[in-house]
Write a protein of this length. Sequence first.
Length: 212
Amino acid sequence: MSRKLDPEKQAAFIKAYEDLLNHMDADEAVLFADAVHPTHAVRPVGCWGPKDIKVAVEQTSGRQRLNIHGAIDLETGQTRMLEAATVDAASTIMLLMAIEARYPGMRFVHVFLDNARYHHAKLVQAWLARSGCRIQLHFIPAYCPHLNSIERLWGLMHRHITHNKCYSTFREFSTAMLTFLREEVPKNWHNYCDEVTDNFRVINPTEFRIIA
């Protein structure tokens, strides 16, 4: 739990988000965006098995990372997932361009994202300031990943792709990861929508016993 969690800012964000949803027109859409950097390695997790059977998972020797800059529409489950050499201002603009192209009939596309420096970059601000831009950015309070729904998608991704699963090559790993995010999630959104939600809540540090 972050020491800098601000309950008031969290509550204000949730209220503003709900107000936006309640007053949006039919020609507006909402997406959540973020970057993720999965590593080509197995994530061992617990499992049930006979106590006298020794359990192990194969492990790869590689430590390559896949950089993904992506977004998800919680209403439809549709995603935009871009593979990037580096996550920066340029990849942010490429993602926003891809989102705008995906919604040609929308007057506004509201994109919620965190406060990473590249999201605030001057290059991004200049792109947003151009005439006719339909993207509107909304920034989540600092230290509040629980208020960005795509973080829940990343957790779902790891459960399906990296937990106790070994890919012999980085290409196989990348293909499995991107196929899940680009194809499997939208196709099976009816199975995943209850896990990747905007059911937000305020986390107040004073309500927890902090273990040092």
